[in-house]
Design a protein around this ligand. Sequence first.
Ligand SMILES: CC(C)(COP(=O)(O)OP(=O)(O)OC[C@H]1O[C@@H](n2cnc3c(N)ncnc32)[C@H](O)[C@@H]1OP(=O)(O)O)[C@@H](O)C(=O)NCCC(=O)NCCS
Length: 157
Amino acid sequence: MLTVRAAKADDVGAIVRLERYCFPPEVAFGRSRWHYLLNQAKGRTLLLLDEKEQLMGYLCVLEHKGWDRLTIQTLAIRWTVRRQGWARRLLEQVIAEGRAAGWGAIRLEVADANPEAGALYHELGFRSRLRLLDYYGPGLHAHRLVLSLRPAKRERA
Ligand SMILES: CC(C)(COP(=O)(O)OP(=O)(O)OC[C@H]1O[C@@H](n2cnc3c(N)ncnc32)[C@H](O)[C@@H]1OP(=O)(O)O)[C@@H](O)C(=O)NCCC(=O)NCCS
């Protein structure tokens, strides 16, 4: 059984090691960006750990008070435990906690070349708001997806 806990500054090594296997180098954040995310950024990173405290996945979410929204910066699950619902569970936790804390929306970017992740986000209610041409490099397009955390306003009759 895997467990979830908030990341600490000294988890950076394990996160960067897992990241190398989950993202191509041009997309991976690398140590210095992770150092910033874990130590300075306003937000948090959830870690998924096995019984031996080995890192099985992570999700990093930042807070943007002025825009009233959360931004999912990155999400990855170790290949050995994929398709078991762990990414969905991490996202559901962030969505439920974001809603309870009164945030307006959650935003993220997903590459066109990543239909697996796109399917996951779509299933959870994220919808495309913007097409981002060359977002991950020349020819590597993406979409900005948004999930509103507020109940839809009733249409007036
Ligand atoms: C995308 C990723 C996070 C999904 O993690 P996961 O734990 O395997 O996902 P889940 O088991 O929670 O899957 C939930 C749903 O997402 C979709 N999905 C996930 N992986 C899929 C795949 N390989 N093919 C098709 N659909 C997939 C399915 O709808 C799935 O539901 P189902 O299993 O009931 O059919 C994982 O594949 C990963 O780490 N990929 C590399 C990094 C990455 O692309 N991160 C996302 C960046 S935007």
